[in-house]
Design a protein. Structure first.
Length: 109
């Protein structure tokens, strides 16, 4: 992410382009920002409490069984097939209506 921003700004601003050409800045800046972010989050009590709450909520998740997952996959596949057929019919019908309308109008002029 930092490299993408650095590259975008380097394309727009000459001083940033010169800084981007320095190898230690190009590779060191993302690593430095990552370490700073890690340190800030590691020692921030609010972030630690939030992470603990996320872990406890994930432990409460009840995952569906293999049988349920297979059944839901089949239902979704059938619904997609039916939706595709219906949309295909609407597309075909509207195409034919447009052809008829265009034939009528081209015959008038």
């Amino acid at each position: 992410m930092v490299n993408a921003l650095f590259t975008a700004f380097a394309a727009s601003f000459a001083p940033i382009a010169r800084a981007y050409s320095v190898e230690i800045l190009r590779h060191g800046l993302p690593v430095g920002l990552a370490l700073l972010t890690f340190a800030l989050l590691q020692f921030n009590q609010t972030a630690l409490v939030y992470a603990d709450e996320v872990v406890s909520e994930i432990k409460k998740v009840v995952w569906p069984s293999k049988k349920d997952t297979s059944a839901m996959t089949i239902v979704v596949s059938v619904m997609l097939l039916i939706s595709g057929i219906i949309l295909g019919m609407f597309d075909f019908i509207s195409q034919e209506v447009v052809k008829i309308v265009l034939d009528v109008f081209t015959g008038l002029f």
